[in-house]
Design a binder for this molecule. Structure first.
Ligand code: EPU
Length: 431
């Protein structure tokens, strides 16, 4: 049997929705929990990627307990293995953030190449360059990465990132913290999930200087070896989930109140949704009201690192563009081939042309229910959103991807009035 999501559309949505804890903030924080003896994490989403990271954490010698359905207690003393050749490692990209804990304990490490969504090539060369700056030599084979100490870690480290990479910025922060080296990260990424990691690490005595205008982060690690015990940390809300509900509100919201994320960190995405003509009202510092406004104006958007429009919301914006008046263009400068959702949306009637790293979406187009297959987390969400506004029955397969990053997505949609169900479907076997 295989789980699929069925939607009977079109639906109008109304009501209040609160975002869950952020996947992309949580995963690095689980890796950073190897820095403390004990930590209690609150606002933890129940998503598969969290379970994968916890399995790796346990394999390294850590322990964890669910204290309630959103609170995790984690304990760690020292990495017990220098090798991470587990299937979970290839399932999540953030698994590479466990390397600093292993290198700190053993001075060498062998790890499967990290996985995650495979919508674009996702090399690890920036991570390797960081390990090398800290005195290690890396060698890459087809499936794994070996890292060995080649010289002493210098007293100061300077990292120059070729691109403002989220994972590489987190990696540099973790290496600096473990090896207690003052570190400068030029061309750093500033996604709010990185700020959450810094907030977590800051409570361990590490100091940061964040120079946003110079794209520079300076890390001044604590001098003592082990930070205090019984640390409590609340993971921030999910930024991309917040944008997902806002886009749904713009498409078919009678009035959707979205809450649980600082609106000040959503300036560009809310501006884009507002430019389409949707009514958006900021009700408080973490709540907005969104309502559709009939005719939707076309968009021209470039997805770039924060504070620009995020690549993770690009597939959702593509669905919004199918309902815009005229030709919309969306360019993804972060992941130039993150377009698996487009072929599926075309099965529903969308008129999309992909050229290089850009999409042209002709609208408005009436979408019709169809059987579609999702290939990654955000593609799953976008196909479900398309199913909500489409006429008739839509079946979305491949929803294990959705569960990697979204908590109770169908349940939350039902609470807004959507006709959406998760069902078991028999798998066809061909001989
Ligand atoms: N890059 C390299 N070499 C590297 C690292 C990155 O060339 O060693 C390139 C990538 O190929 C990409 C660009 O740099 O073209 C940016 O990638 P980045 O490193 O920023 O992405 P990431 O850290 O692998 C995180 C999120 C992604 C999100 C991106 C961009 C996590 C666990 N993942 O990935 O989230 O799309 O940042 O914001 O935090 C998702 O949630 O659906 C998701 C894929």
């Amino acid at each position: 049997m295989n789980e699929v999501i069925k939607i009977f559309g079109p639906n109008r949505l109304k009501g209040d929705i609160r975002v869950s804890g952020s996947k992309n903030a949580l995963l690095p924080i689980i890796a950073a929990s190897t820095l403390v003896d004990e930590v209690r994490l609150q606002n933890v989403p129940n998503i598969t990627d969290c379970y994968f990271m916890l399995s790796i954490f346990r394999e390294l010698g850590g322990n964890f307990t669910w204290l309630d359905n959103q609170t995790l207690g984690l304990g760690f003393s020292k990495a017990k293995s220098d090798t991470l050749l587990l299937p979970y490692v290839t399932a999540v990209r953030a698994s590479i953030l466990f390397v600093p804990a292993i290198l700190f304990a053993f001075d060498h490490c062998k790890i499967f190449l990290p996985g995650g969504d495979s919508f674009s090539p996702r090399p690890v060369n920036y991570h390797m360059a960081i390990f090398e700056e800290f005195g290690f030599k890396c060698s890459l084979s087809k499936n794994y990465l070996s890292i060995n100490r080649s010289r002493r870690t210098p007293n100061r480290v300077t990292i120059n990132l070729p691109f403002a990479s989220v994972g590489a910025t987190q990696q540099a922060i973790l290496m600096a913290t473990f090896f207690r080296v003052n570190t400068e990260i030029f061309n750093a990424a500033f996604e709010p999930e990185i700020l959450d990691l810094m907030k977590f690490i800051k409570s361990l005595g590490v100091k940061f200087q964040v120079l946003f205008s110079r794209k520079l982060i300076r890390v001044f690690p604590a001098k003592r070896s082990k930070p205090r015990k019984s640390h409590i940390f609340k993971v921030q809300g999910d930024r991309i989930e917040f944008i997902t509900w806002c886009i749904l509100g713009a498409l078919c919201g009678d009035l959707v109140r979205v809450t649980g994320y600082p609106v000040k960190w959503l300036k560009r995405p809310l501006e884009v949704i507002h430019e389409t003509g949707a009514r958006i009202k900021v009700e408080s510092k973490d709540t907005v009201l969104v309502k559709t406004q009939g005719r939707i104006k076309r968009v021209s958007v470039e997805c770039k690192p924060y504070p620009e429009f995020p690549t993770d919301a690009q597939p959702l914006l593509a669905v919004l563009a199918t309902q815009c008046d005229g030709n919309s263009t969306i360019t993804d400068t972060v992941f130039p081939s993150r377009f698996s959702h487009c072929e599926e949306l075309k099965k529903m009637g969308a008129q999309i042309t992909v050229k290089g790293n850009s999409l042209t979406v002709k609208g408005p187009t009436k979408l019709l229910g169809a059987s579609v297959l999702s290939h990654d987390i955000r593609a799953s969400a976008s196909l479900i959103v398309a199913g909500i506004i489409a006429e008739g029955e839509t079946t979305v397969d491949g929803i294990h991807h959705l569960k990697r990053g979204y908590e109770k997505f169908d349940e939350k949609l039902r609470s807004l009035g959507a006709n959406i169900f998760t069902m078991e479907q028999e798998v066809d076997h061909f001989c």
